[in-house]
Design a protein around this ligand. Structure first.
Ligand code: ZN
Length: 302
């Protein structure tokens, strides 16, 4: 008897420790990327367990789920898509394992634009397929998936998340509504802050290795100049033309992100005396991340 009791204590310590704040019997839902986990948790609080498909440091353009994730997906109540390539490749398989699961397309209703950099380099058209397969972005018809980097688009996604959580768990509808309202207000605040910070920077250009910041740039009237072409590092000739462009446009900042190579950004930066700013568009603390980006742009654009 004593021994069993002891095992029970160990069991609780090992398996209970990871989720101490979750409500009893909290349903599990899945999202594709970390910022989405943040969005769902802003609205769900501790009432829902949120699992993420793409772990920190991995790219949503190339990631393949692990068998342990597929097992958890079989029990998941909902999947919140956002339009990244891995969904295109896996969602069918996932819904076959778990036909009861609610699939919520948070990107629905968002008018997505063409991925920046796709028609930048006319001579390389032939590589689209090979490359698109590798990076996955062509699978979405070349549409830009990075809708989580625009506060106003995140507000739209948050509304979809809110109404879906209500449908999933009507008992807690009041809590979801309150949380959504608070999140929505904070997004408005952030948007106002970004507008103020970037006010005098309209039309200014910044370079970025992987063009994740298209919607952000559009929202605050900045211009994103991609280094990567169709998901590839530039060849020497293209790199030279980028250096000339950067010099001509007096570009002072080049963004790079941990999921992609920093090499060409560093080469260009060295040539023109710009700084490379490492920024992670997939960082989990979205509010903090957006503020960091705005501050770095404010400091660098002149
Ligand atoms: Zn991307």
């Amino acid at each position: 008897m004593k021994r069993i009791g002891c095992f029970a204590v160990i069991f609780i310590c090992l398996f209970g420790a990871g989720t101490p704040t979750l409500a009893d019997g909290a349903p599990t839902v899945f999202v594709s990327i970390l910022p989405q986990k943040f969005f769902v948790q802003q609205i769900s609080g501790d009432l829902i367990n949120v699992e993420v498909m793409v772990p920190p440091g991995a790219s949503p353009h190339t990631y393949e789920p692990k068998p342990s994730q597929m097992r958890k997906l079989a029990e998941s109540r909902a999947y919140f898509t956002i339009g990244v390539a891995l969904e295109e490749a896996w969602l069918d398989r996932i819904t076959r394992i778990n036909p009861e699961m609610m699939v919520v397309h948070t990107e629905a209703g968002i008018d997505r634009m063409a991925m920046s950099g796709d028609h930048h380099h006319e001579g390389e058209q032939a590589e689209t397929d090979e490359h698109g397969h590798e990076q996955g972005e062509q699978a979405e018809g070349g549409l830009d998936p990075h809708i989580w980097l625009s506060p106003m688009l995140v507000k739209q996604q948050a509304e979809v998340i809110w109404t879906s959580l209500e449908a999933l768990d009507p008992e807690n509808a009041a809590a979801y509504k309150t949380n959504f309202q608070r999140f929505s207000d904070r997004i408005d605040e952030l948007d106002g802050q970004l507008k103020r910070v970037l006010e005098g920077k309209k039309g200014m250009k910044f370079m970025v290795f992987h063009p994740s910041w298209g919607y952000f740039a559009r929202g605050y009237e900045l211009v994103q100049v991609p280094v990567e072409i169709e998901g590839k590092s530039p060849k020497p000739a293209h790199l030279r033309s980028l250096i000339e462009l950067a010099r001509r446009e007096q570009i002072t900042v080049i963004f790079a992100q941990p999921q992609f190579s920093r090499k060409s950004a560093e080469v260009i930066a060295r040539e023109i005396g710009a700084q490379v700013v490492l920024i992670d568009p997939l960082g989990e603390n979205w509010f903090e991340n957006m503020t960091v980006v705005a501050n770095k742009l404010e400091a660098a654009l002149r």
